[in-house]
Design a protein around this ligand. Structure first.
Ligand code: HEC
Length: 218
């Protein structure tokens, strides 16, 4: 009898062990399943993100329309500051966008100035479209595609002017004068300069023959 009893106890113990093992296995399976599912979820998120960035046209500048990029670069590059005439508004001076980027206006006479102060000072016209300094008098160019502006310029002229500071983008011409910041622009990637040129070719042409640069009297 004790044998039988022991046997029963033994069996009962074995059964308990078996149940415990079963529970443990279920738990383990649940954990494994959980990790596997999270893995799949994470992986699919990653795949989705990669997929989105491949297709998003705004994520790389190379896919951007050059004229749009050029418009943006002209805004942030401050070209309007010197190349667009100003008008007075109740909020202070503003760009006169009806004459956008057409340079110093032909009908504005150059005011007289005291040449003696030019050893110590540089003068700016109130329109900020002309400047007087030791280099002479310089007038911001007409950048619109009118024939009095950049109508006859090629992309190659524009790149040479911006990268080498050559007037009209031609080798046999004078250097481009201050305060035109071509030295900074020469560091822009070619693609960006080409985008600026494409934009300038797309804006409304404005008839305005900017006065010629006057070298300093020696
Ligand atoms: C601080 C004033 C100023 C800013 C800012 C400026 N310019 Fe000018 N720019 C001038 C002046 C002044 C001239 C005339 C220089 C001369 O006659 O040598 C000029 C001339 C030019 C010319 C004609 C160069 C030549 O003589 O052949 C081009 C093209 C030009 N600018 C493009 C730009 C572009 C594009 C921007 C903006 C990214 C810009 N400029 C920003 C003042 C400026």
């Amino acid at each position: 009898m004790p044998l039988v009893k022991d046997d029963k106890t033994q069996r009962a113990k074995l059964f308990v062990n078996f149940r415990e093992n079963q529970l443990l296995m279920r738990k383990t399976t649940t954990y494994l399943l959980f990790f596997a599912l999270s893995g799949i979820a994470l992986y699919s998120c990653q795949v989705k993100t990669e997929h989105v960035s491949e297709e998003d046209p705004a994520s790389t500048s190379t896919t951007e329309d050059p004229i749009q990029r050029g418009a943006f670069l002209v805004q942030v590059g401050g070209c309007n500051d010197c190349h667009t005439p100003k008008m007075m508004t109740d909020k202070g001076p503003a760009f006169d966008m009806s004459k956008m980027l057409s340079g110093h206006q032909a009908n504005i006479p150059t005011p007289a100035y005291d040449k003696a102060i030019l050893t110590d000072w540089v003068l700016l016209h109130p329109q900020l479209t002309a400047a007087v300094g030791p280099w002479g008098v310089s007038y911001a160019a007409n950048l619109t595609p009118h024939e009095t502006g950049m109508g006859n310029w090629t992309e190659a002229n524009f790149l040479k002017a911006m990268k080498e500071g050559k007037h009209l983008g031609m080798d046999n011409q004078r250097p481009i004068m201050p305060p035109m910041p071509w030295q900074g622009l020469s560091m822009w990637p070619d693609e960006d300069l080409k985008a600026v040129f494409a934009y300038l070719k797309s804006i409304p042409p404005i008839d305005n023959l900017v006065p010629a640069y006057q070298p300093a009297a020696m």
